[in-house]
Design a protein around this ligand. Structure first.
Ligand code: 5AD
Ligand code: SF4
Length: 547
């Protein structure tokens, strides 16, 4: 599918390879950078060997993510000797955090571009290519103490240029950034430094962007912000909160589903929960990281709430939005975390019964308050044990709660073939991006990662992380006609409460809302079969499509 707007301005047949690690904010940034470079005449390749521009969009949240990038860069050292014309760039969080250190560690890197300067990338690549002598180029924002709040904020620009429909994970799902930066300054976290001060985008821009996306066929939008529920914008003297924004977005026809990630517990206001309850297009799913169940640890983390506050918030969620799924993040092995503190996190998981939790081993980060003030005193082996044990507990809870869905019908947005269907097709030499099979799908690897989960970082130990295969080997097709059965493929989608569903169905279902009857589950996946396909949110029109 080609889009007239994405026609290259110049055509130099450049080939671009981009590797992205980290959260959804990075995925969106990569999508937008690629779109800009395509307009400059670049073609995307998934083979770094044939690329003449290689970009790494990086994450600094944990050390492991940075190591991966430095190792990948190390492998390019010799290739750069053989191909000096090749442009190598490091962009994103690590670029903002390490800056010149990247040039020191990897002198063959040509450009370093921080999160707040992404718009500069096309120009910088062009200049690098055109210049006679080799000059390293850097575009980074000010450090948080390198200017007034206004100056620092101005140096971090939200990057939201025109979208390229071909670059989305799927044609009918899109991320929409509503704010950048973070002002919470949790002591373990690099984000306030790498993404700068919290800045909300004007509601009119967000609504306009969502309208354009709806016109392009997007049915589900995921609003992004590091603390998305802290969104606030003063418009004509009136405060616009996330709940107000949701109401405005809800009016856009074509958009059927809206979700938002990631929430900060203290900012989970009642007006927001009421909006989640009252607006049918808003998914009944909230990702609200607790990080720890122990007040001493929370205090050292400077999270700004107690476990009692978190419990009160959970109770409000349960009361106001019954059936709402809640997921969390936990850090194990934070400075001074005793076994007793750790057990309190386990208790919180037992009590809150999260849909899922992302669990991370504490990783000390230079430049953070925790690194400055506290010793990283929990041995690696203990961190590992706590991590595994916590994951086991969470998996057990997820499976028990998923089992409650057996025999029930759920409504999903069908996202695409499951991973195992994609792999099987690739093995048989028929990749599932073929127009014949999936007329609606233009992107190769729609479920190669999990685009809807916050912090889908490659080093997370989350049951839904990118290494996990949600799919199950083929089930018997129960409601399909023979022809449908011949075409049927294992498909995947999500419920309104963000649970992954796998079922066999006709590929033409992709992009539509469908009703599925659940008959089995694992800790990460509900297994079912198609009942009906449904058109238009709330129109009540139900059309049987199979059998
Ligand atoms: N070490 C381990 N985990 C971290 N996170 C953030 N900083 C660190 C760190 N230094 C986790 C938190 C956060 C998620 C994005 O990553 O749980 O919610
Ligand atoms: Fe980091 Fe989230 Fe805390 Fe902000 S709220 S400092 S992004 S952990």
């Amino acid at each position: 599918m080609s889009d007239p707007d994405s026609k290259p301005v110049t055509d130099h047949n450049g080939r671009l390879y981009i590797e992205t690690v980290g959260c959804q904010m990075n995925m969106l940034d990569s999508e937008l950078v690629v779109a800009a470079l395509r307009r400059d005449g670049y073609q995307l390749t998934d083979n770094p060997k044939e690329a003449d521009t290689i970009l790494f969009n990086t994450c600094s949240v944990r050390e492991h993510a940075e190591h991966k990038i430095y190792s990948a860069l190390g492998r390019l050292k010799y290739s750069k000797r053989n191909r000096p014309q090749r442009v190598i760039g490091v962009i994103g969080c690590m670029a903002q955090k390490d800056q010149d250190l990247i040039f020191q560690k990897a002198p063959f890197v040509d450009i370093v571009v921080g999160t707040g300067q992404l718009a500069e990338i096309p120009r910088m690549i062009r200049e690098t290519r055109e210049s006679e002598e080799r000059t390293q180029r850097k575009a980074v924002s000010l450090g948080r103490r390198e200017g007034s709040r206004e100056e620092v904020s101005d140096s971090f620009q939200s990057y939201d240029p025109l979208r390229d429909p071909e670059m989305r994970p799927t044609p009918f799902q899109a991320f929409v950034r509503i704010m950048i930066g973070c002002d919470k300054f949790c002591t373990y976290c690099v984000v306030p430094a790498t993404r700068g001060p919290e800045q909300s985008r004007p509601p009119a821009h967000i609504v306009q962007e969502a309208r354009v996306l709806a016109d392009q066929g997007v049915r589900e939008i995921t609003l992004l912000g590091q603390t998305v529920n802290s969104y606030k914008y003063t418009e004509d003297g009136r405060l616009v909160r996330l709940s107000d924004l949701l109401m405005r977005l809800h009016d856009i026809s074509g958009i059927e589903r809206i979700r938002f990630i990631t929430n900060f517990p203290k900012d989970m206001t009642t007006d927001l929960l009421q909006a989640v309850r009252d607006l049918p297009k808003v998914m009944k799913y909230l990702h609200v990281p607790a990080q720890s169940g122990c007040n001493d640890v929370l205090k050292r983390m400077k999270r700004g709430y107690t476990v009692e506050d978190y419990r009160e918030m959970m109770q409000r969620i349960r009361e106001i939005v019954p059936g709402c799924a809640v997921s969390s993040d936990f850090i194990v092995g934070f400075c001074g975390e005793s076994d007793e503190s750790y057990q309190k996190s386990m208790d919180l998981i037992r009590e809150c019964r999260f849909k899922n939790s992302f669990i991370f081993k504490y990783s000390a980060r230079t430049g953070t308050k925790a690194d400055e003030l506290f010793a990283d005193d929990v041995p690696e082996e203990t961190k590992r044990q706590r991590n595994n044990e916590m994951l086991e507990l969470q998996n057990r809870i997820s499976e028990e709660d998923n089992a409650e869905f057996i025999g029930r019908r759920v409504r999903i947005l069908v996202e695409g073939p499951s991973k195992s269907a994609s792999r099987r097709a690739a093995r048989e030499g028929q990749p599932l991006d073929g127009a014949s099979l999936l007329p609606l799908v233009t992107q190769e690897s729609h479920d190669s990662h999990d685009p809807h989960h916050p912090h889908d970082s490659h080093d997370s130990h989350h049951p839904h992380d990118s290494h996990h295969d949600h799919s199950i080997e083929p089930q018997t097709i129960q409601h399909a006609s023979e022809e449908a059965a011949r075409l049927a493929l294992q498909l995947t989608g999500r419920t309104e409460c963000d649970r992954i569903v796998v079922f066999d169905g006709n590929p033409r279902l992709i992009g539509s809302l469908a009703e599925i009857e659940i008959h089995d589950c694992t800790s990460t996946t509900l297994l079912g079969s198609i009942v009906t396909k449904e058109f238009q949110h709330g129109s009540g029109l139900l059309l049987p499509i199979l059998g």
